[in-house]
Design a protein around this ligand. Sequence first.
Ligand code: PNS
Length: 174
Amino acid sequence: MKTAIYPGSFDPVTNGHLDIITRASKMFDKLIVVVLINPFKSFAFTIPERCELLRRATAHLPNVEIASYNGLLADYFNTREDVDVIVKGLRATTDFESEFQQAHTNKDLNPKAETVFIPASQNTTFISSSMVKQVAMFGGDVSKYLPECIHEEIKQKLNSEFTAARKAAQKNDQ
Ligand code: PNS
């Protein structure tokens, strides 16, 4: 039985992530999607919220499990005896340098931690959580970038948070 882990911030999960999850779930017997902390990013959703959104977006995929971990991916790899490989999506050549560095770092920290890359599908290659948050912040329609069953909830949360933040910023500018 081959098991892969798909790590990321998933803040929030997008159709780009779902594309990789769906395709990877067909390549492996089991896929563990693990929410990790990226110290270089700020977040709109808590880790339990991100896990819950992922759970709902992947409910139709029986071999997908959702987990979270507050630590190094290389260490998480060690905590799971059942895991064989790390899966990462590559959207564009711009992703490559950072992903290549992460893959080598993870392997250096844990020689068992091999990474395989799956190229994003053409229709999702430009989608990112950061782009979704930015469009939502200015009231744009983000529904087409998000899994159908959760886009309304994500839009509402992002809209209300960003509207409050923008109002506060405008007040400070006056
Ligand atoms: O979705 P992201 O933000 O591109 O995912 C990056 C993530 C969360 C996979 C990466 O930051 C990570 O692995 N964080 C856990 C801490 C860690 O192991 N860092 C070293 C990897 S070089």
